[in-house]
Design a protein around this ligand. Structure first.
Ligand SMILES: [Zn+2]
Ligand SMILES: [Zn+2]
Length: 368
């Protein structure tokens, strides 16, 4: 097989901006200093770039976790182009393959199995991916005129935003050089690596509470740098959920943007996985980990019995839930509150909650 050719544009872009960020930018700061306005503007650009990637490129276009008003899509397309991570079409196509073939050495474009460097940045430095321009998995996105427009004028948008926006900021603050360095270069380098961490570190560092079928990890620390995308183990099992951090206290600003967007009519059709499906996945994994760890046969047997009981209740619950869906279809919903199915549904829900509580207690007792 031929050796993959180097992609010089990417290699130079990543290396030159990085070198400038660690040399020129501190040097300028040391000699001339930066004002609060320089830093705030760079920070704002960083937020707009980062969330255009996470809420736009990722959760909206790659996963269709919700729908967004055209004005919001345009906003994401412009600030996403400024983040300089290729067009929405390229990004979403590669990302859908990442999910479909996660960890596959050849088919996952940034497979974590090829090491930290490759999954972080190496995959973009050479022509490793033979399917890089195969857009057969994003036919739906080609129907979005904003996506098509952004793809067509991507290079122009990258230049206009990366030079134009910092230039305007510099003219406003009165220091164009400081703006070009901070809001231009440093912002781009940070924005790049914060996103790249999701492909590298979020597949290496953290816990796997929902599935161990792939390398994706949940990591609250990483969520701080990645606008909430650190809950990557959850994301890989339930990729169409608009949330990555599912608890209310999980730091996931991307989820908050999407949620508040729905309150003002900018977003709709927010997809969420039911709590029971999430709990089921979590308990399955807890049982798996506990059985690997427990050496006492009796304790293991007790835990197994509890696990079987929960699984059975779970099965019955989903059966009843299915009946409920059927009922709804037949427009018998008005009788729903008084129906037997409803009674059964509520009873099972209570039982399941009780069993889950017992399960957590037993697990905690056995594993300490
Ligand atoms: Zn991933
Ligand atoms: Zn994803």
């Amino acid at each position: 097989m031929d050796k993959p050719r180097r992609i010089w544009v990417n290699t130079l872009l990543f290396s030159l901006t990085f070198v400038a960020a660690v040399t020129l930018i501190p040097w300028y700061g040391f000699h001339y200093g930066y004002t609060a306005a320089d830093i705030i503007i760079a920070g704002l650009f960083l937020v707009f770039n980062g969330t255009a990637i996470t809420a736009g490129y990722h959760r909206l276009w790659s996963h269709k976790a919700y729908e967004a008003h055209w004005s919001m899509r345009l906003w994401f397309a412009i600030w996403g182009a400024m983040a300089t991570q290729n067009s929405i079409m390229h990004w979403a196509s590669g990302h859908r393959r990442h999910h479909a073939f996660v960890d596959d050495y050849d088919k996952d474009p940034y497979s974590a199995k090829r090491g930290f460097w490759f999954s972080h940045i190496g995959w973009m430095l050479k022509e490793y991916d033979p399917k890089a321009s195969d857009f057969s998995n994003i036919k739906d996105l080609k129907r979005d005129p904003i996506v098509v427009w952004q793809h067509k004028y991507y290079l122009l948008l990258v230049l206009a935003t990366n030079i134009g926006f910092p230039l305007i900021a510099g003219l406003l603050t009165g220091n164009v050089v400081a703006a070009l360095l901070l809001a231009g270069v440093l912002r781009l380098v940070l924005s790049h690596h914060f996103t790249f961490f999701i492909n590298s570190l979020a597949h290496i560092w953290g816990k796997r509470p929902y599935t161990d079928k792939n390398t994706a990890r949940d990591n609250g620390v990483l969520a701080l740098l990645t606008w909430g995308e650190g809950y990557h183990n959850y994301h890989h099992i339930f990729q169409y959920d608009y949330r990555n951090g599912i608890r209310w206290w999980h730091y996931d600003p991307t989820k908050w943007i999407i949620y508040f967007g729905s309150k003002v009519g900018l977003t709709k059709g927010l997809k969420r996985v039911s709590n029971y499906r999430i709990e089921k996945a979590r308990i399955d994994m807890q049982f798996k980990y506990a059985s690997e760890k427990l050496t006492c046969q009796q304790a293991l047997k007790n835990l197994e019995e509890q696990y079987e009981a929960i699984s059975q209740t779970w099965q019955e619950w989903s059966k009843v839930r299915q009946q409920w869906v059927e009922l709804k279809k037949e427009e018998l919903k008005q009788n729903w509150e008084t129906s037997d199915v409803h009674k059964q549904y509520e009873e099972l829900k209570t039982l399941l909650q009780e069993q889950q509580k017992q399960w957590q207690l037993a697990r905690a007792g056995l594993l300490t």
